[in-house]
Design a protein around this ligand. Structure first.
Ligand SMILES: *Cc1c(COP(=O)(O)O)cnc(C)c1O
Length: 380
């Protein structure tokens, strides 16, 4: 039998040959979107800290104070060690912010999706997932054992066709993203909620990239206030400048998650400092809609200057086709002092390798102009 090491080498060689190997690069985040890599200073467009709150004095102070008061780790699962008062406060504030009865906080967004989906669907049930949905939604689908179908991206006709053809027995859950993480476009939530209602399906959204950015920070749901969404998932790790994930929904739905979701039951709770940082960030978001408007305004300044379709969120894709083209563009921008990550299959469909730019409240206007001038050269 082949040794484990030989197996790993062979796998890596295949990835290298296809230009698909991923590696970690030591990078130190400095102030706001500026970073240091190999002794050089870069402006980064690869960070989801949309509001630059990870370095906000009030957010840092809240985390520091929580460590001083409560220590660093949660100690055990929330159900075992007892629930930290900060968790209850954070969940109450998230539910109020999203306009739901209750919320449940997990240790990551990944855990929120992989824990929530199997709570509501299992074998003999049906999942309908947007084909561009995040990897952790697909992971949750697999864990659930439900029959999972991908519907064409934001395509209500394809979704309806699949819903009407599905076995009428069993529960139906539609899962989509609010803002798509690799394309930056927005799901039509009002229309999706109507389709869900017509076919007796539940609707779940993942708004990791909408919260803090769209609709004065209220997220994609805030753009579609009349859409009925049963489960609104999100993460504390992006605009909320911390770590952790959450799901908002009815009291009963959240109570069921808290007794059934395996990633909550069998995983240690969020550290108190992460809860405190997220609470402080949430307070800033609620009080400062002007700050929340900056990432989209900056993304739009860029798309105008680069002659690209107008940005609809803080994420702008520049699609270049083959992995080699995306890697070459990444290198050109790096030489200009811009850190922009090339996204390749399998993260995005074959033939759509791209640069993915994430704009934040801290990107200076003159640098946006200079970046647009560079991008115009190879996006033409
Ligand atoms: C980042 C992300 C997640 C995972 O959240 P983490 O808190 O980083 O685990 C889930 N869904 C989407 C769409 C994301 O972009």
């Amino acid at each position: 039998m082949q040794s484990l090491d030989a197996f790993a080498r062979a796998k890596l060689a295949v990835l290298d040959a296809g230009g698909l190997r991923r590696t970690l690069v030591r990078t130190r985040r400095l102030d706001g979107p500026w970073v240091e890599r190999n002794g050089k200073r870069y402006l980064s467009f690869s960070c989801n800290d949309y509001l630059n709150l990870t370095n906000h004095p009030a957010v840092k102070a809240a985390a520091t104070e929580a460590i001083a008061l409560y220590g660093t780790g949660a100690g055990a699962s929330r159900l075992v060690t007892g629930d930290h008062p900060l968790m209850e406060e954070l969940e109450g504030r998230l539910a109020a912010f999203k306009g739901t009865e209750a919320a449940c906080v997990f240790s990551t967004g990944y855990a929120a999706n992989t824990g929530t989906i199997p709570t509501f669907v299992g074998e003999r049930d049906h999942l309908f997932i947007d084909e561009r949905a995040h990897a952790c939604i697909w992971a949750g689908a697999r864990l659930s054992g439900a029959e999972a179908q991908a519907f064409r991206h934001n395509d209500l006709v394809d979704l309806e066709r699949r819903l009407s053809a599905a076995d009428p027995r069993g529960a139906r859950l539609i899962v989509t993203e609010g803002v798509f993480s690799m394309d930056g476009d927005v799901a039509p939530l009002t229309a999706l909620a109507k389709v869900a209602e017509r076919y007796g399906a539940w609707l779940m959204t993942d708004d990791a990239h909408g919260v803090g950015v769209l609709a004065e920070g209220r997220g994609t749901g805030g753009l579609f206030p009349d859409a009925r969404v049963d489960l609104q998932m999100g993460t504390l790790s992006k605009a909320l400048a911390s770590a952790g994930g959450y799901v908002c929904g009815s009291r009963a739905a959240i109570d069921l998650i808290k007794t059934r979701a395996r990633t909550l039951v069998y995983s240690t709770g969020l550290p108190p400092a992460s809860a405190a940082a997220a609470l402080a960030a949430l307070q800033i978001i609620e009080r400062d809609p002007g700050l929340c408007a900056l990432p989209l305004a900056t993304a739009r300044a860029f798309t105008r200057a680069a002659n690209l379709p107008e940005a609809t969120s803080a994420i702008v894709p520049v699609i270049l086709g083959e992995p080699a083209a995306a890697m070459a563009a990444q290198a050109v921008l790096e030489a200009e002092g811009f850190l922009v990550v090339a996204i390749r299959p399998p993260t995005v469909p074959v033939g759509t390798a791209r640069l993915r730019l994430a704009f934040s409240a801290g990107h200076p206007d003159d640098e946006i102009e200079r970046l647009a001038a560079c991008v115009r050269k190879f996006a033409a």
